[in-house]
Design a protein around this ligand. Structure first.
Ligand code: FAD
Length: 336
């Protein structure tokens, strides 16, 4: 196996985040000599965090310029570290920071890049990358002869490396500071993202447009729907997803679920989160929605319609029932 560079940037506290530790596991599993490259305002704490990972060298581009995500400085740092390492394979976590900077770095190095890799294995002494195409409908296994080969690894595909900390020796890498007109003045995070999107949750709870439709009594019950859903989310510590129909209605200002935004949308034009279990409620289970469930292992759905999409091999269990009634009972059991 060729030499592998694991390229990581530090997080706000100076350490390495979970995506970087997952990419480290992937790099170690691949075999071959491992070099770690770090980028950040301070890198010693991150180097110490992974002192026991077995890296032959730890290189670091350190400085105030790398305190904030910015294409010009991130690309300059990553390029310098890649050149110093001289590795044929570069593995990096697909954080928003690296996803933006590394394709350009691969081009500068005359190399190749693959994004959204979900699997990595060694075959005949070379890496084989697995990734999905066409919104997780087709899976491909890729090999390449072009080098350096930069591979951006999606989160949640490998266990995060955990091993002994220590005091690591770090080789500084000089970076020619690029001229940059970009200044990061602050961070605006959507409230809904903070409160309801929990990538680490064991359960994905999906709400569909049915919650806003007229029910058996001929009336809508949006306020109760919101109470039931939020009560369940808090008790179960679940992550909240939505169908396109529901998030569109919420986005158009209808009083539906105030915590629901387009960031919650699951599906072809939404997200594809990874959770061990999923519970769909009042959602029809049409294909453009269900492709977002590719990485949800155990799927259950509650729908009044026994012929809904979930009944056609898309869910492990379909409860043909009134979701209002089921969630009322469930919340009662959970004490919500
Ligand atoms: C190009 C393209 C991309 C798309 N991308 C996405 C995407 O990313 N994500 C996405 O979600 N959709 C996407 N769609 C839209 C998708 O095809 C569906 O229109 C959408 O998912 C329907 O949302 P829904 O199931 O919540 O609503 P509906 O189809 O209105 O279904 C509501 C369901 O609620 C049930 N229901 C009502 N009341 C109750 C009750 N009391 N208890 C139980 N069940 C009840 C009904 O039986 C019904 O099945 C896309 C479509 C296109 C064409």
């Amino acid at each position: 196996m060729e030499t592998i560079l694991l390229l990581a940037h530090t997080e706000a506290g100076g350490g390495l985040g979970k995506p970087a530790l997952e990419a480290l596991s992937a790099a170690r599993e691949l075999g071959g000599e491992l070099i770690v490259g770090l980028v950040g305002v301070e890198t010693q704490a991150a180097a110490n965090q992974i002192a026991g990972c077995g890296a032959a060298r730890i290189l670091a581009a350190t400085g105030d310029a790398f305190s904030q995500p910015r294409y010009a400085t991130d690309a300059a740092a990553a390029e310098a570290v890649c050149r110093a390492a001289g590795a044929g394979i570069v593995i990096a976590p697909a954080t928003s920071r690296w996803a933006r900077a590394l394709p350009g770095v691969a081009w500068r190095l005359g190399g190749r890049v693959d994004t959204h890799a979900t699997g990595l294995a060694a075959k005949d002494g070379a890496p084989v990358v697995t990734r999905w195409f066409y919104r997780q409908r087709m899976e491909a296994a890729l090999t390449r002869t072009g080098r350096p080969w930069v591979i951006l690894l999606d989160g949640g595909c490998f266990p995060a490396w955990s091993g002994p900390e220590g005091t690591a020796g770090v080789e500084p890498v000089a970076v020619e500071a690029p001229s940059s007109r970009t200044v990061v003045t602050g961070v605006q995070a959507p409230q809904a993202g903070e409160e309801t999107i929990r990538p680490e949750a064991k359960l994905l709870f999906v709400a569909g447009a049915g919650w806003t439709k007229k029910q058996a009594d001929g009336a809508t019950h949006a306020a109760e729907a919101e109470r039931l859903i939020l009560g369940f989310l808090r008790k179960a510590e679940a992550s909240l997803g939505g169908s396109k129909s529901l998030v569109d209605a919420s986005g158009e200002g209808e009083a539906v679920l105030r915590c629901m935004t387009h960031l919650n949308q699951i599906g072809q034009t939404g997200s594809t989160p990874r959770h061990p279990k999923g519970l769909s409620t009042c959602c029809h289970g049409e294909e453009p929605h269900v492709v977002g469930w590719r990485f949800v292992n155990q799927r259950r759905a509650i729908n009044l319609d026994a012929n809904c999409g979930w009944a056609r091999g898309k869910a492990d269990v379909l409860y043909v029932a009134d979701a209002f009634e089921v969630m009322r009972q469930l919340n009662r059991l959970l004490g919500a």
